[in-house]
Design a protein around this ligand. Structure first.
Ligand code: HPA
Ligand code: ZN
Length: 335
């Protein structure tokens, strides 16, 4: 496909994003502005210097910088500005629905209240729905490098805001913190009637995908790219249509793959796995959702049909109700 045509197509089609950490949309310019306003001392003296630190050899090196960046978010307005900046990108790119992660413990452990975080994000989400008809869901993620007890205590506090949440997830360091560590937490969450998701099979093995399904009862897997190491797992994901929220530029920048040409997305689609494309932490990985679609489509030589299929998958795999899913799939059939 010619590059101009590919770009036009990708920007034109309605899309849903299902894997984006709002703290990962914090651009260097906003980090410096908020650091100034909030009197937060930064290790880096300029936007250029900070940006040049965005070279990672693994997930942990990224996480260390990402948590530092999030340290400038203190006031409700900071969370509002952060979220609104991302929603403006959604509007520019025709992302009509977005399911946003945030890390409550990253903020409460710095003394920022859940009310500050949730109200700031929620105000921006409401305005984007009013002004631009962008629909959204909010999904708190627990940090797997912290204890299960800490996550359970945090979940208890989050219940005060339960009407804002579509489900709960698990992120941060995968290696050394397997799904089994959070079995009791996920049982609690499901007992309260929520859906669950979990990062798995990013740096960790395919077994973590199995365990997230069987031990945690998740309805969606974030990343899940290591599933291609296990043919039986691929069959199971395809049979149950358990979605994977794949993030190509994230996988490239965190050295989960050596190059985009080695990325397993095409293999997942060929196996009829319900794979979707997402941006993860776009301010750190060099591209929002459309850029992820364009670069992976070019690297893997995806067809127009496959790109439309990915967009359809993004709605099928979403937590929208069936009528809304059908509405967007019907729109996509017009392309
Ligand atoms: N993996 C795990 N934790 C994260 C990620 C990720 O890709 N992004 C933000 N937190
Ligand atoms: Zn992620």
């Amino acid at each position: 496909m010619n590059r101009n045509y590919l770009q036009t197509l990708v920007y034109a089609i309605p899309k849903a994003e299902l894997h984006v950490h709002i703290e990962g949309t914090l651009e260097p310019g906003l980090i410096f502005r908020l650091a100034g306003c909030n009197n937060v001392k930064m290790k880096y003296t300029s936007i250029e210097e900070l940006h040049s630190a965005y070279r990672f050899s693994n997930l942990q090196e990224f996480l260390d910088i990402y948590y530092q960046g999030a340290g400038v978010l203190l006031q409700e307005e900071d969370f509002y500005d952060l979220t609104m900046a991302y929603l403006k990108k959604c509007r520019e790119e025709n992302i009509v629905h977005t399911e946003i992660f945030f890390d409550p413990q990253t903020h409460t452990h710095r003394g920022v209240s859940l009310k500050t975080v949730v109200n700031g994000i929620q105000l921006a989400l409401n305005q984007a729905q009013q002004k631009w008809q962008i629909t959204s869901r909010l999904i708190p993620n627990f940090l797997r490098h912290l204890s299960e007890e800490d996550a359970i205590a945090c979940f208890q506090q989050l219940l005060e805001f339960r009407e804002y949440f579509a489900g709960f997830g698990l992120d941060s360091s995968e290696v050394g913190h397997p799904p089994a560590k959070f079995e009791r937490l996920f049982k609690r969450i499901r007992k309260e009637g929520f859906r669950t998701v979990a990062h798995a099979g990013e740096e960790g093995p395919a077994q973590n995908v199995w365990d997230s399904i069987h031990l945690l009862g998740v309805s969606r897997i974030d990343h899940g790219v290591r599933s291609v190491d296990d043919p039986e797992l691929l069959n199971e994901l395809a049979r149950l249509q358990i979605p994977l929220t794949v993030c190509p530029l994230s996988n490239l920048k965190l050295k989960v793959v050596n190059g985009l040409k080695d990325h397993p997305l095409k293999k997942l689609l060929d196996h009829k796995v319900l794979a979707t494309v997402n941006s993860d932490d776009p301010a750190y990985f060099g591209g929002y959702l459309s850029q992820n679609l364009i670069e992976i489509a070019e690297a893997l030589d995806l067809t127009k049909e496959e790109i439309i299929q990915l967009a359809k998958n993004s709605f099928t795999a979403s937590f929208l109700d069936e009528a809304d899913k059908q509405k967007w799939i019907t729109e996509l059939n017009k392309f």
